[in-house]
Design a protein around this ligand. Structure first.
Ligand code: HEC
Ligand code: HEC
Length: 200
């Protein structure tokens, strides 16, 4: 009799233990997903015609990246380029598009890890697949603005609005035209070109 009770006791304990463990696992895998994304998506709904695609681009949440990489230009969301591109960019900072953008090694590694973990081939969103598909497997672009998908999307924007426009100068200045760029929105109805106005 005494033994039976003891067994029930241990049985209950084991049962409770299992529940606690599985709850822990659930919570853990949740936070793991969150860490993989490293950031929240700007849009919550699904874009039309897209399976598993969100309406926006994941926001930049990494403070080091924001501080170190936005001194000269917009802090591009990492999901516009594949992981191998970020590795190449972060490996050549002393000659970065003609500029010296060299960083302290610990900071460089930390930013590279953030960029790699949130690259187009890691984080699915509304545009990452299109960008990826437009890049050849054996190519490692250093520019978002030179990928085929980017060029296709911008081929109706004439040079007088970009290169010859002193208020824009370069396609690299995303946020100059995309009013919602920092919030991860690149819809054409959010485009306002300085000196020319709304795109639509
Ligand atoms: C000292 C200034 C400077 C700093 C700091 C800097 N960049 Fe740049 N970056 C440039 C210039 C200049 C260009 C070329 C811009 C252009 O073509 O108009 C550029 C272009 C780029 C592009 C390509 C944009 C395109 O055309 O698609 C990427 C990607 C990029 N930088 C990433 C980074 C990252 C990551 C960091 C932080 C580690 C960083 N940059 C820090 C000066 C800088
Ligand atoms: C000179 C202004 C300008 C600059 C600079 C610019 N864009 Fe654009 N972008 C546009 C316009 C205009 C469109 C809409 C084109 C159309 O639909 O014909 C567009 C469209 C896009 C689209 C497709 C939107 C959609 O949902 O179809 C993406 C993504 C995008 N831009 C990303 C970027 C990124 C990233 C950068 C910086 C590396 C950038 N753009 C720089 C003007 C600009």
């Amino acid at each position: 009799m005494k033994n039976m009770k003891l067994n029930r006791f241990w049985g209950m304990l084991l049962f409770a233990g299992c529940i606690t463990l599985s709850m822990g696992t659930l919570a853990w895998s949740d936070s793991d997903d969150y860490n993989k994304a490293g950031s929240k998506y700007a849009g919550e709904g699904k874009a039309e015609g897209g399976w598993g695609r969100t309406t926006g681009v994941a926001l930049v949440t990494n403070k080091q990246y924001q501080t170190e990489c936005s001194a000269c230009h917009f802090a591009y969301q990492p999901s516009f380029l594949p992981e191998r591109s970020w590795v190449k960019i972060m490996g050549g900072l002393s000659d970065h598009f003609g500029e010296n953008a060299k960083l302290d090694e610990a900071i460089r590694v930390s930013i590279e890890n953030y960029l790699r973990g949130n690259a187009a081939d890691r984080i699915p969103n509304r545009y990452s697949r299109s960008f990826l598909r437009s890049i050849r497997d054996d190519a490692t672009p250093m520019r978002i603005s030179e990928t085929a998908y980017f060029e296709r999307k911008h081929d109706e924007v004439p040079a007088r609005m970009v290169r010859d426009n002193p208020k824009v100068r370069s396609f690299a200045n995303c946020a100059t035209c995309h009013s919602g760029a920092e919030k991860g929105s690149f819809d054409e109805d959010g485009v306002v070109i300085p000196g020319f106005g709304s795109w639509e």
